[in-house]
Design a protein around this ligand. Structure first.
Ligand SMILES: C[S@@+](CC[C@H](N)C(=O)[O-])C[C@H]1O[C@@H](n2cnc3c(N)ncnc32)[C@H](O)[C@@H]1O
Length: 214
């Protein structure tokens, strides 16, 4: 389990919000297309909340969770300066949050999160989320990575994020990315989008266990 007090990366906070998160906008458009109007959604690893704000007018309730206090503080400050009905941010890691709350969601989203989770925790996280949400939408690096400059850029970015981070990224790639992960977790892919934006993989998936109650 992640230590909530110390889960900050050097780039979290305003640096992430201004320089990194905007690169994900194209992926968030596809995520939005997968979501039905008036849904409830849990955004796991919401960062500074960019995806949450882009989905807010399509959903009736969104909970964003993140163990990085610097990221969640930026998200909360943005929400305070421009309140949006139905949006809440929580400082929490995914498993701890779901253990405390018995709530169920229409969707759980994980955008560029699963590659940075410890390999041994990924399967548990996916199983737990597929019990808590009717459908999962996961965005991450496309594996195999395209054989162009993007591949090198992704390696450099992940390497600069730190040694633990890089080790997790490498194990994600070695395990055949989202395709391998979902197969091993026994999740069924309902729809997917590859390489738009370049070197990304976006998946709509559903689990076998359905404990969802409306
Ligand atoms: C690369 S950022 C992506 C942020 C956001 N989803 C986006 O696409 O802009 C990954 C985020 O996942 C969060 N994270 C890492 N481990 C997590 C966990 N166990 N539960 C929830 N969030 C986690 C990190 O703190 C970080 O904010």
């Amino acid at each position: 389990m992640i230590d909530l007090e110390n889960k900050n990366h050097w780039y979290d906070g305003l640096f992430y919000d201004f320089l990194i998160a905007p690169n994900q906008d194209r992926a968030f458009v596809h995520v939005r297309d997968f979501i039905g109007d008036g849904s409830t959604l849990l955004d796991v690893g919401c960062g500074t909340g960019r995806q949450v704000f882009q989905l807010a007018n399509k959903c009736k309730k969104i909970d964003g969770i993140d163990p990085s206090v610097r990221n969640i503080n930026v998200a909360r400050r943005k929400l305070a300066s421009k309140p949006v009905n139905g949006v809440e941010f929580h400082h929490a890691d995914a498993l701890a949050f779901l253990a405390r709350k018995s709530r169920r969601f229409d969707y759980a989203t994980l955008s560029y999160v699963i590659h940075e989770i410890e390999e041994k925790e990924r399967n548990t996280l996916l199983q737990t989320l597929s019990s808590a949400a009717r459908k999962l939408i996961i965005v991450d690096y496309l594996v195999p990575q395209p054989r162009d400059g993007r591949r090198m850029l992704n390696e450099v970015v992940e390497c600069m994020a730190g040694s633990d981070h890089y080790r997790n990224f490498k194990s994600f790639v070695a395990g055949n990315g989202l395709t391998g992960l979902l197969e091993r977790a026994g999740l069924t892919v309902l729809s997917e989008q590859k390489n738009d934006p370049p070197s990304s993989h976006i998946v709509l998936a559903v689990g076998q266990s359905v404990y969802y109650h409306t």
